[in-house]
Design a protein around this ligand. Sequence first.
Ligand code: ADP
Ligand code: DP6
Ligand code: CO
Length: 323
Amino acid sequence: MTTATARAHPNIALVKYWGKRDEQLMLPAAGSLSLTLDAYATTTTVSLDASAAEDRFTLGGTTATAGQTEQVVRFLDLVRARADSSAHAVVDSHNEAPTGAGLASSASGFAALAVAAAAAYDLDLDRADLSRLARRGSGSATRSLVAGLGIWHAGDDDASSFAEPIEGPEMSMIIVTVDPGQKKVSSREGMRRTAATSPYYPGWVDSTARSLEEMSAACRAGDFTRVGEITESNALRMHAAIEACEPPIRYLRSASVAVFDAVEQLRARSIEAYATADAGPNVVVIARPADAAAVADHLAGHGDVRIVGAGPGAHLITTEESA
Ligand code: ADP
Ligand code: DP6
Ligand code: CO
């Protein structure tokens, strides 16, 4: 029996992934760009058990839901097919971030699972291969293989759709958790519905591809202001497309909008801060590291406020071989 433990951190996208052009291969409709954090890690242990009749998955110390387990089993099936193995596994995972709250638990979750499962099943994969593998579990997990800023190339096929590092300006993220509860509509379902029913979806995909070009240039130039401007407008465009679904989905709550207002006030006082939000009510603000404490102070009344920075890509912690 082989046991492997891996650790991965969530990433927050500055140019968002929202929509797939191939659900089976998990190829995105457009590329995206994110910062992997140095907080809110997921730690996942995969133990092979040749005598087990099925896989088992515990999340945060308790048996996961049927839907969560199914996603993990489907992922392990892919790994087993590559490893030419039929062994089932026990997967035990712990998220430091709230699960399903728009703080990217699926990104750290499947990045950690990809690294741990690849090691447990003895697959010899490089970083790009691991990024591609993580993609099959959750699209955003593609980018959690990369330390700090990473760009996920939309790619043309399975082989070309992975994430790699990109240079950019130094920045801090101020995470404002206004509600740690689980979202009613998962990202998977929300993006499906947006693609199927939002009249703004084609505009969203086109504008994201353009924003990614501009964002990459701004990153290479170290232009924090431009990075921030593109980040905020890309997030609002994503939410506009989502809110135009049938039936509508609204991830942002009034408490979230209040944070966007507070960030606008900061800019009026010449503190450069820009807001973004994933598929959930919680808001992430980017600022230059020297301004992070002032930004956090200003946002203190809005929820739980935490300053984070750039963190490592998903990595193996331990492996253990036993009879
Ligand atoms: P989030 O905003 O937290 O990424 P999603 O709707 O994208 O929310 O995904 C939440 C789902 O991701 C969970 O219900 C579960 O299926 C999966 N997930 C979260 N954490 C883990 C983990 N550590 N290991 C495996 N799957 C996970
Ligand atoms: C809003 O990666 O969680 O966080 O690929 O269906 O698992 P699936 O969805 P997921 O979607 C992330 C959406 C987002 C934007 C982003 O992280 O780029
Ligand atoms: Co997610």
